[in-house]
Design a protein around this ligand. Structure first.
Ligand SMILES: [Zn+2]
Length: 95
Protein backbone atom coordinates (compact mmCIF):
# COMPACT_ATOMS: atom_id res chain seq x y z
CA UNK A 1 0.00 0.00 0.00
CA UNK A 2 2.87 2.33 0.82
CA UNK A 3 4.47 1.40 -2.50
CA UNK A 4 1.29 2.36 -4.24
CA UNK A 5 1.28 5.81 -2.71
CA UNK A 6 4.98 6.20 -3.35
CA UNK A 7 4.38 5.35 -6.96
CA UNK A 8 1.57 7.84 -7.23
CA UNK A 9 3.54 10.62 -5.60
CA UNK A 10 6.48 10.03 -7.93
CA UNK A 11 4.31 10.13 -11.01
CA UNK A 12 2.14 13.09 -10.20
CA UNK A 13 2.68 16.69 -9.25
CA UNK A 14 2.16 17.68 -5.61
CA UNK A 15 -1.25 19.13 -6.41
CA UNK A 16 -2.30 16.10 -8.40
CA UNK A 17 -1.20 13.79 -5.62
CA UNK A 18 -3.13 15.82 -3.05
CA UNK A 19 -6.19 15.71 -5.25
CA UNK A 20 -5.90 11.96 -5.70
CA UNK A 21 -5.60 11.44 -1.95
CA UNK A 22 -8.60 13.68 -1.32
CA UNK A 23 -10.76 11.88 -3.85
CA UNK A 24 -9.71 8.46 -2.64
CA UNK A 25 -10.32 9.41 0.98
CA UNK A 26 -13.71 10.93 0.17
CA UNK A 27 -14.67 7.87 -1.79
CA UNK A 28 -13.72 5.63 1.10
CA UNK A 29 -15.71 7.78 3.54
CA UNK A 30 -18.65 7.98 1.15
CA UNK A 31 -18.82 4.24 0.84
CA UNK A 32 -18.46 3.90 4.58
CA UNK A 33 -15.39 1.78 4.39
CA UNK A 34 -12.75 2.13 7.04
CA UNK A 35 -9.14 1.72 6.09
CA UNK A 36 -8.96 -1.33 8.31
CA UNK A 37 -11.64 -3.00 6.25
CA UNK A 38 -9.70 -2.67 3.06
CA UNK A 39 -8.12 -6.04 3.30
CA UNK A 40 -7.88 -6.52 -0.39
CA UNK A 41 -5.10 -4.39 -1.74
CA UNK A 42 -6.59 -4.71 -5.19
CA UNK A 43 -9.67 -2.71 -4.21
CA UNK A 44 -7.58 0.23 -3.13
CA UNK A 45 -5.34 -0.18 -6.14
CA UNK A 46 -8.34 -0.06 -8.46
CA UNK A 47 -9.66 3.02 -6.72
CA UNK A 48 -6.31 4.78 -6.91
CA UNK A 49 -5.89 3.80 -10.52
CA UNK A 50 -9.27 5.19 -11.47
CA UNK A 51 -8.59 8.39 -9.54
CA UNK A 52 -5.14 8.72 -11.07
CA UNK A 53 -6.69 8.62 -14.53
CA UNK A 54 -9.32 11.13 -13.54
CA UNK A 55 -6.85 13.61 -12.09
CA UNK A 56 -3.93 13.31 -14.48
CA UNK A 57 -5.93 12.33 -17.57
CA UNK A 58 -3.27 9.75 -18.24
CA UNK A 59 -4.50 6.26 -18.71
CA UNK A 60 -1.33 4.28 -19.10
CA UNK A 61 -0.89 3.14 -15.53
CA UNK A 62 -0.73 -0.61 -15.32
CA UNK A 63 -0.90 -3.03 -12.47
CA UNK A 64 1.72 -5.65 -13.11
CA UNK A 65 1.90 -9.02 -11.48
CA UNK A 66 5.04 -11.09 -11.62
CA UNK A 67 4.41 -14.46 -13.26
CA UNK A 68 7.06 -16.07 -11.08
CA UNK A 69 6.59 -14.72 -7.57
CA UNK A 70 3.28 -12.88 -7.74
CA UNK A 71 4.76 -9.59 -6.60
CA UNK A 72 2.62 -6.74 -7.85
CA UNK A 73 3.93 -3.42 -9.03
CA UNK A 74 2.85 -0.39 -10.94
CA UNK A 75 4.39 0.61 -14.19
CA UNK A 76 3.77 2.65 -17.25
CA UNK A 77 5.29 -0.09 -19.39
CA UNK A 78 3.42 -3.15 -20.52
CA UNK A 79 5.99 -5.70 -19.45
CA UNK A 80 8.69 -5.06 -16.90
CA UNK A 81 11.30 -7.02 -15.03
CA UNK A 82 10.18 -7.98 -11.55
CA UNK A 83 12.02 -5.95 -8.94
CA UNK A 84 11.82 -8.81 -6.45
CA UNK A 85 12.87 -11.94 -8.32
CA UNK A 86 13.95 -10.71 -11.75
CA UNK A 87 11.14 -12.59 -13.49
CA UNK A 88 8.73 -11.03 -15.89
CA UNK A 89 5.88 -8.96 -14.55
CA UNK A 90 2.96 -9.03 -16.88
CA UNK A 91 0.13 -6.62 -17.08
CA UNK A 92 -2.80 -7.97 -15.14
CA UNK A 93 -5.27 -5.18 -15.39
CA UNK A 94 -5.51 -3.07 -18.51
CA UNK A 95 -7.27 0.23 -18.71
ZN1 LIG B 1 8.91 -11.80 -9.24
Amino acid sequence: MIELFNYLSRNTTKDEFKEILNIVTDDIKFNNISFEKITKFKNLADLCQATYKLVTRKDMLWIKVCTSCGYSAWSLKYDVKCSKCGGISKCQNTR
